[in-house]
Write a protein that binds this ligand. Structure first.
Ligand SMILES: [Mg+2]
Length: 228
């Protein structure tokens, strides 16, 4: 069954680009488009999409406000935010309103498709660069907390989870925490994107998490990756 998608963005050319990329995949179908957040309720009522892809900056009602209104009325709607901002305040704000995904407009086609798939399956998806910023922020906060309790000179010790993952999977996990996309990981390790995807799905299964964001957060908490 196809995943039905609505795109809300005030730039027609950008909407068309997204639509073209999504419809290249047989299982994804763009059923409606709107150019302002104020249209989203009407469109969702009419088309009942699986996913709403929502721009943040729009002239009348912005994407965060529209997300809030939409979640209020249809709490199960899966919303992916599109933004040019990768700083943590924007991301946290958008996620607090109930969005399940956060993409940067600089994304590549594969990232867009992967995000839609993951969110359609009930997971959450953050652009790799956004994940990296959140990880850095988390690390900063955690370092602040431990510095208050223990000596600040204790070096952060990294223990690779070799009881759980293969060496190669540990490398992939580290590159996920570095904010690399599948393509970026493939380039770094000289392996194909398909092989990267296999490694990632094995990592998720072994770590018992639903998506790569959860895997990175869990790896940070356990001290399994460096934040660099
Ligand atoms: Mg806009």
């Amino acid at each position: 069954m196809a995943t039905n998608i609505i795109i809300i963005d005030d730039h027609q050319l950008f909407r068309e680009g997204i639509k073209r990329i999504l419809e290249f995949e047989k299982s994804l179908q763009v059923v409606a488009e709107g150019d302002d957040g104020s249209e989203v309720l009407t469109l969702v009522e009419e088309y009942r999409p699986d996913i709403v892809i929502m721009d943040i900056n729009m002239p009348q009602m912005n994407g965060v406000e529209a997300t809030r209104k939409l979640i209020e009325k249809y709490p199960k709607t899966k919303i992916i935010i599109l933004s040019i901002h990768d700083d943590e305040n924007y991301v946290t704000h958008a996620l607090k309103t109930g969005a399940m995904g956060y993409l940067l407009k600089e994304m590549d086609a594969d990232t867009l498709i992967e995000a839609v798939r993951v969110v359609a399956d009930g997971g959450s998806y953050l652009h790799p660069k956004v994940t990296h910023n959140l990880v850095k922020e988390y690390r900063r906060l955690a370092a602040g907390e431990s510095a208050a309790r223990v000596s600040p000179y204790v070096p952060a010790e990294i223990r690779r989870p070799l009881h759980l993952l293969t060496r190669r999977e540990c490398d992939v996990l580290q590159l996920l925490a570095d904010g690399k996309s599948n393509r970026g990981i493939g380039d770094a390790l000289y392996i194909s994107e398909k092989t990267v995807k296999n490694h990632v799905s094995n990592i998720l299964q072994k770590m018992n998490v639903n998506d790569r964001t959860q895997a990175v957060i869990s790896a940070i908490k356990n001290g399994w990756v460096k934040v660099r």
